[in-house]
Design a protein around this ligand. Structure first.
Ligand SMILES: Nc1ncnc2c1ncn2[C@@H]1O[C@H](COP(=O)(O)OP(=O)(O)OP(=O)(O)O)[C@@H](O)[C@H]1O
Length: 284
């Protein structure tokens, strides 16, 4: 923690790593009631993520017969690697007790940023510092389709570091919360996509997380489940460290989060309280 605090002062001292066009309107959140509240949990420092796509044609090369012929004559292979600069110099500090919504148009870099925070994508430059283990909960989170819900609950809980007693304690709660009922005894391959997503959410939210990252998980599920999962996120926010949430439904973000970051073409366009940022985003 000491390292994070030290890093925070360094980042602050060296700022602005974020373009000056940013608008920061993040007010002080609610008054602290937990001694850890307000301490940094995630520091993203001038983060750049670049994907390399091999064999992709550049615009000039695409569908151009003359270029293809030239390549053949020169005995060159397929067009070279193309780079997609998905996250471009993002910096922010997330604190204990924050629930941060990430909004932005398709392709603005939301999932890429969250995957980098979860440690699943290496930075091209810059860094992500986290206090505790971030857990990514997405609709694609890996559960095993051929195993029953029951087995997946047990394996999922073990994978999150619970011991057998904790798994036993949480088991019924997970089944109840997911609402899958007797399907818990059936292989997940028989589930609808909504049932699968609900079970994933129920498993992942059964544990206290230092940093919980939820990518579109709330987009599936019916109204009742959305309401329940929002309540659960609020509860996790109080108990745990920090929650990141990407959802295309802005109402969900506004109701669940105390802060919103708006990404545009891989950069932070605005960072602040949900009402202000979402209003500006809707106007854009
Ligand atoms: N695995 C990948 N390989 C190459 N490029 C990728 C990959 N994943 C994403 N991209 C590109 O990176 C950019 C950002 O994508 P990303 O999925 O992070 O955006 P997003 O804001 O989450 O989009 P959406 O709202 O559609 O889910 C896009 O241009 C996308 O095409």
């Amino acid at each position: 923690m000491a390292e994070l605090t030290e890093e925070l002062s360094r980042v602050k001292a060296e700022e602005p790593a974020v373009p000056s066009a940013d608008v920061r309107v993040y007010p002080n959140p609610e008054p602290p009631h937990d001694p850890r509240e307000g301490t940094p949990t995630v520091i993203v420092d001038d983060l750049h993520i670049i994907y390399r796509v091999y064999g992709a044609a550049t615009d000039a090369e695409k569908g151009n017969a003359a270029n293809a012929l030239m390549r053949l004559l020169k005995r060159q292979g397929r067009p070279q690697m193309k780079e997609i600069h998905a996250v471009r110099g993002v910096s922010f500090v997330a604190r204990h007790g924050d629930a941060i919504g990430i909004v932005g148009r398709n392709g603005s870099g939301k999932s890429t940023l969250l995957r980098a925070i979860a440690g699943l994508l290496p930075p091209h430059s810059g860094a992500v510092y986290t206090d505790g283990q971030p857990s990514l909960l997405g609709v694609n989170a890996a559960l095993m389709r051929e195993l029953t819900g029951e087995r997946n609950i047990v394996l999922g809980c073990y994978a999150m570091g619970m011991n057998p007693t904790q798994v036993q304690e949480k088991f019924d709660d997970i089944v109840d919360f997911s609402g899958i009922g007797e399907f818990v005894q059936f292989p997940m391959s028989t589930y609808s996509s909504g049932m699968g997503a609900r079970l994933r959410f129920a498993i992942a939210s059964a544990k206290k997380h230092d940093v919980l990252i939820i990518d579109e998980a709330l987009a599936t599920g019916d109204r009742e489940f959305k309401r329940k999962s929002q309540e659960r996120i609020k509860q996790m926010r109080e108990e745990a460290g920090t929650v990141f949430l990407v959802a295309h439904n802005l109402d969900v973000i506004e109701e669940t989060c105390n802060r919103v970051i708006w990404l545009h073409k891989g950069k932070i366009k605005m960072d602040g309280d949900p009402k202000t940022v979402i209003a500006a985003y809707n106007k854009a």
